[in-house]
Design a protein around this ligand. Structure first.
Ligand code: SF4
Length: 377
C-alpha cells in the first residue's frame, strides 16, 4: 500500500513576522476564491497518480496561519479530503495555530471536526523577543492559549520555539524551555532564527537596527536544548524536533523519509517520487487557476536530497532503504562509496547497522559534512 501525506497551505496571516519568508498575505480579500481553488485542486489531484491509489496517513494544515480560518472552512476542506482520498484509520490531522487564535470554543470545534494534533507557534514566552520580531501575540496570550489547550481534549500538541532570537540569552532560552515544559507538550520543535533574504529582519540586520546574538550563543542554546530534552525525556529525533516517546510527527517523518507528498494551495510543493512540483506563490494568480512549475529529479539529485534529509535524523542513512532503490550506475556508486569511506575514516559520520548517521550534537553544523558526501555533476 502506497502511503502518502497531504499538506494544505493556508496563505493568510494577521501580521507579518519580521523573519518570515513563507508565502502569505495579510489581505484576506482573496480568501473565498483561494479556498474555492483549493477544493478544485483537491478534486483534480485526487484523480492523478500516485495520489489516486495512495492512502493518506497524515494531513497537515500549514501556512501562513491556518487557525485564521473558521472551523466551518477547515471542516469543508477535511470533508472534501475524506471523500476524495483513501484515508488511513487514525490518520494524523495537524493544524498549525497561533496563540492569538486560540479559544476554548475554537479548540472544541477543531477537535469535533477531526483535527487531532496542534502545532502551536509560541516562538518565545518573552515579551521583548516577541515584540522584536513582530509576532501578533504577546506573552500573556501564549500562556493563556496553552492553558486552554491543557483544558481541552488535545493531548497531542507541539510547541514551536525559536533560539538565537533577537535579545535572547542562555538564561532566557532555558526559561522558554521550562515554561513550555510546564504545559506538558507531546512534541517541541525548536528552530534557529535564520536571516532570510528580503525579509524585514534582513534589512534590520544590514542597517544595524537589530543585532543578533553571537553565533556562539545560538550554538550553546542548541547544546543546552539537547541536554534539557534528555533530562525531560524528549527524544531528539530530527535536527529541530523533539518528542515524547511515540509522539513523533507522522507528517514530518514522512518528509524526512523522502516519501511522496501532495501539497495543495498557493506556493505548496509536491513530490511524487520522481518529480518535484510547486504552485504559484501568489494568491490572486493561484485563485485564477494559473499553473505552477515542476522539475524532474535526476538520480544524483535524489541521492543528494536523501542524504540531506536523512542525515538530520536519528534514523540516519540506510543503504538498502535509501540508496538501493535509486539504482545508481557503477561510476556513481563508486564515487558515493569513496565519499562515504572518506567521511567514516575522518569520523565525520558514524557507522550503524546497514548504514551511517551523524551524531545529533553535530546536526546543527552538519551541512558541510553532508555536502562532502554529495555526488557532484
Ligand atoms: S505567522 Fe507564521 S507564516 Fe505568518 S508571518 Fe508569522 S511566521 Fe510567517
Amino acid at each position: 500500500m502506497i502511503q502518502n501525506s497531504l499538506y494544505l497551505h493556508i496563505p493568510f496571516c494577521k501580521q507579518a513576522c519580521h523573519y518570515c519568508d513563507f508565502h502569505f498575505s495579510t489581505n484576506l480579500k482573496t480568501k473565498e476564491s483561494v479556498l474555492a481553488q483549493m477544493h478544485l485542486e483537491l478534486k483534480n489531484k485526487a484523480l492523478l497518480s500516485p495520489w489516486k491509489s495512495a492512502t493518506l496517513k497524515s494531513v497537515y494544515f500549514g501556512g501562513g496561519t491556518p487557525s485564521i480560518l473558521a472551523a466551518s472552512e477547515l471542516k469543508e476542506l477535511l470533508e472534501a479530503i475524506k471523500s476524495l482520498f483513501s484515508c488511513a484509520h487514525g490518520m494524523e490531522v495537524t493544524l498549525e495555530a497561533n496563540p492569538d487564535d486560540i479559544t476554548l470554543y475554537g479548540l472544541n470545534s477543531w477537535y469535533d471536526i477531526g483535527i487531532n494534533r496542534l502545532s502551536l507557534g509560541i516562538q518565545s514566552f518573552h515579551e521583548t523577543e516577541l515584540k522584536a520580531c513582530n509576532r501578533a501575540h504577546d506573552s500573556h496570550m501564549a500562556h493563556s492559549a496553552l492553558e486552554m489547550i491543557n483544558a481541552s481534549a488535545f493531548s497531542n500538541f507541539s510547541i514551536d520555539l525559536i533560539y538565537g532570537m533577537i535579545g535572547s540569552s542562555i538564561t532566557s532560552w532555558k526559561e522558554n524551555l521550562d515554561m513550555a515544559y510546564s504545559y506538558a507538550p507531546s512534541h517541541i520543535s525548536c528552530y534557529i532564527l535564520a536571516v532570510e533574504k528580503r525579509t524585514v529582519l534582513d534589512k534590520q540586520v544590514k542597517t544595524g537596527k537589530v543585532t543578533l546574538p553571537a553565533e556562539q550563543i545560538a550554538l550553546q542554546q542548541f547544546a543546552d536544548l539537547r541536554d534539557w530534552a534528555k533530562e525531560h525525556n524528549y527524544e531528539h529525533y530530527e535536527l529541530s524536533n523533539f518528542s515524547q516517546p511515540g509522539r513523533q510527527s507522522i507528517h514530518n517523518t514522512h518528509y524526512w523519509s523522502y516519501q511522496p507528498y501532495l501539497g495543495i494551495g498557493p506556493g505548496a510543493h509536491s513530490f511524487d517520487g520522481e518529480q518535484r512540483s510547486w504552485n504559484v506563490s501568489n494568491n490572486i494568480r493561484y485563485a485564477r487557476g494559473e499553473a505552477g512549475d515542476y522539475e524532474n529529479l535526476s538520480v544524483r539529485e535524489k541521492l543528494n536530497e536523501r542524504l540531506m534529509v536523512r542525515l538530520h535524523t536519528s534514523d540516519g542513512f540506510i543503504l538498502s532503504r535509501d540508496l538501493d532503490p535509486l539504482g545508481l550506475d557503477p561510476d556513481m556508486e563508486a564515487r558515493f562509496t569513496f565519499n562515504m569511506n572518506n567521511a567514516l575514516e575522518r569520523d565525520k559520520i558514524i557507522a550503524i547497522p546497514g548504514g551511517f548517521r551523524i551524531s545529533a550534537r553535530d546536526w546543527i553544523v552538519s551541512d558541510r559534512i553532508i555536502s562532502d558526501l554529495f555526488i557532484e555533476d
